[in-house]
Design a protein around this ligand. Sequence first.
Ligand SMILES: [Zn+2]
Length: 103
Amino acid sequence: MTLICGICGYTSEGGTTPTGNPTCPKCQVVLKRVPEPPMPIEYMGVREPQPPVHVGDGAYASYDGYQIWLMANSPHSSNRVALEPSTFLKFIDYAKTIWVLPR
Ligand SMILES: [Zn+2]
């Protein structure tokens, strides 16, 4: 975890978990946590194609090695859509406008 000073940009990258509220040695303000950069989605999981699985509510998902496919009501349905990584992330962003998703 990296902490940063909002005033001078001082960063504290510790191998240990900081306790309390560490402050900037120059400005004496409490350091803020720097958000972790998102992991590139292409590194997040398996890359081999995966067979369809039932994900609930009549939806089936499979993976072709690049896109996640969603099928309606049957794993062999022609009612299907392919979601490439950037589209899938937009789908998650859409869900976040409606639900509070677990982190
Ligand atoms: Zn500072």
